[in-house]
Design a protein around this ligand. Sequence first.
Ligand SMILES: [Fe+2]
Length: 390
Amino acid sequence: MTVKPESATMSKITLTDTGLFVPLAAGETYFNYCWLRDACPSCIDPQTRERIFDVASLPVLPRAGAAHIEDDALVVDWQTESQVSRIPLDLLETLATRGRADDPADLPRNLWYADRVASFVRVPQQAVLNDQASRAQLTRALIEDGIAIVTGMDSDTDSLPRLVNAIGPITPSAEGLFFDVRVEIEPTNLAFTAGPLEMHTDLPGEEAAPGVQFLHCLENTVEGGFSLFLDGAAVAEALREEDPEAFHLLADYEIPFFYRHDNWDYRAHQRVIETDPEGRVTGVTISQHLQDAMDLPQDLLDRYYPAFIKFLKMMQEERFLVRFRSEAGNCVIFDNHRIVHGREGYVADSGKRHLRGCYTDRGALYSTYRVLAKQGFDGLIGPQDELQRA
Ligand SMILES: [Fe+2]
C-alpha cells in the first residue's frame, strides 16, 4: 500500500515515487503512474478506438514530474518522457467511486417470483426492429429481469433471425443455427417429444453454454404443453437465505454435464450456482437430462447431494414458477444462464405445437444495450408503460 506523505494537504496533488494522490469528490484517491500513463486519451486511436500505446515500450517506469487539475482533467507532465497527459476527472471519479469504469449495462438484477408473469416486458417485433427506444426497453429488460416477450412476430422463416440480429449475431449449437421444438420421430433431445420437460438451462455440456435463448412460437393448438419459467437467481438467493451451507456447496464445486448423440459428444463441468467475484449470483446451470455421473469425491457427495436435491425441489415450488401458454406469434427471450425453463407434457395428437429457437450470447446483448444507452436510449419504462404492463 502506498502511504501518503504527512505534509500533503487535501487540496493539492501529492506526488510519490510510484503514483500520485488526487483530491476528488469521492475523497483523496491514489493512482499508480503506469495506470495514469495508460489512461492518457492519446493511447487510444480515434479511428479504430483501439489502444495504440504499449506501456511495456517505455525504457523506464513512468513517473510524473508535475501534475495539476485544469478544467475537467488531471494534467500530468511526465518526467520520464516528453509527454503531457490530460486524463478526464470523470474517469478518475468513477474509478474512485465504483472501482471500475462506468458501464451502462451494469444494471442490478430484478429478482422475480411467480407473481411476475403479468408484468414481463412485452414489445412488438416491428418496434424492436425499427425503434431504438423499444429495442433499448427490450434489451434493458433482458439484463434486469432476464426475460421478455416479443409480440406480433411475422410468421415467415426469416422472422426469427430478423429479431435476433437486432440484438446480436446468432450463435450455433450442436443442432446448428436453429432448432425446432416439436414432436420428432427420432428425437435427439427430450424437448423434441410431447413429454414433460423438467426445469433446466440449455446445453450445459457446451464449454460456454448459450447465453440468450429465443423461442418463437409458430403454432400451438395442443392440449397442455404450458411453458414454465423461473428466475434461477431468485431461487439461488432464497437458498442462500435458507441454507447458506447448501448455497456454498453449489456455488463452489463444478459438476459434469454432457450432450451426446451419434455425431457429437460435448462434455463440460459447471457450477450449479454462478457467482461473481463480489459473491453476487450471476446465474445458474441445471439440467438433469444432460447431467453426467457426479465425479466429486464420494465423501463430499454426502454433503453435496442433499444441497443439490434441496435446490431442485425449491425449483418446483409454486412461489417461484411462472406458467403460461405459448401463443403463436410470440417470441420469449431469456437469459439461458439465469432463467430456468421447462414444459408441461401435452397430448401429441390433440393439435400442433411448434416452437423455433436459436441463441445469441450475453456479451452481444450487453453490447447492443450499451450502444443504445450511449445514443440516449436507456430503455427505462415510463409511467404510461408501467400502467400497460400492470
Ligand atoms: Fe430448453
